[in-house]
Design a protein around this ligand. Structure first.
Ligand SMILES: Nc1ncnc2c1ncn2[C@@H]1O[C@H](COP(=O)(O)OP(=O)(O)OP(=O)(O)O)[C@@H](O)[C@H]1O
Length: 242
């Protein structure tokens, strides 16, 4: 199977804290892959490390056999909602239009075709009526859909989402999951950090189970077994019981 991302020996420290310990794993293309593990197990760090958002101590990452620099324009990253400044004076339409900016053609204006794509994309995520709304004036689910729309407008091949379902309503969760499945069915690769194992089991194809180290990875049916879950979550579950 074609590899979308190949990660070798990735090690990340925050000062003296080891957050990821020699993680080597690959992500298959055309699948929805979940990254799961207990709190503080390095899930967000894995995403930020592979996307060059934080420095890594050691390791290499390639995207469809290319470097991050060469592949960057085909990657869309939807960060955790809490890391976005929702007071920033920018509208829904402007955020989505950012997906049409080509890094090497920053001097060019958006074309009629770009504007049409933005309009179509907003329709797909059911936000057409909010085009001129400042992004802070939306519900959590709508905010998440704005950033998913930006990824769609970008026509990204690899979509990476960090906890997209935190603090959003069920209807938005369903709508995002359905868009994500359509993306997968059209051949795109989707990677999602998520903590609800029942959603992962129902909607995702493959999983990476982390606890600073790689615990297991592969198809959902093989990996979501009690011994793996215990290995990753065991201590946490015991501690939580106290
Ligand atoms: N900016 C930072 N500075 C220092 N330590 C950090 C920083 N970000 C994360 N850490 C630490 O690194 C470890 C991994 O954090 P990370 O956020 O990647 O875990 P996570 O699995 O995404 O957790 P959660 O489910 O709680 O979001 C944790 O011990 C965390 O406290």
């Amino acid at each position: 199977m074609k590899k979308a991302v190949e990660i070798n020996d990735l090690t990340v420290f925050y000062r003296d804290t080891l957050a990821l310990d020699n993680v080597s794993v690959s992500i298959n293309s055309g699948k929805i892959t979940g990254i799961i593990g207990p709190n503080g197990s390095g899930k967000s760090t894995l995403l930020k490390g592979i996307l060059g958002i934080i420095p890594v101590k050691k390791g290499t990452v390639s995207f469809f056999g290319s470097s991050l620099e060469k592949y960057r324009s085909k990657i869309a990253y939807v960060p955790q909602r809490e890391s976005i400044d929702w007071d920033f004076p920018i509208t829904v339409e402007e955020v989505v239009a950012m997906g049409r900016i080509r890094p090497k053609k920053w001097w060019s204006r958006t074309t009629m075709a770009d504007r049409e794509i933005v309009k179509e994309t907003l329709k797909k995520v059911q936000l057409s009526e909010f085009v001129n709304r400042q992004i802070g004036q939306l519900s959590g689910g709508q905010q998440q859909r704005v950033f998913l729309a930006r990824a769609l407008a970008q026509e990204a091949e690899l979509i990476v989402m960090d906890e997209p379902f935190v603090g959003i309503d069920m209807a938005s969760q369903e709508s995002i999951l359905s868009i994500v499945q359509k993306l997968r069915d059209s051949g795109k690769t989707v990677v999602i950090v998520h903590h609800d194992l029942s959603v992962v089991a129902e909607y995702f194809d493959e999983v990476i189970l982390l606890n600073k180290k790689l615990i297991a990875n592969g198809p959902i049916s093989e990996i979501l077994k009690s011994e793996n879950i215990e290995k990753a979550y065991g201590m946490t579950l015991l501690l939580n019981r106290k």
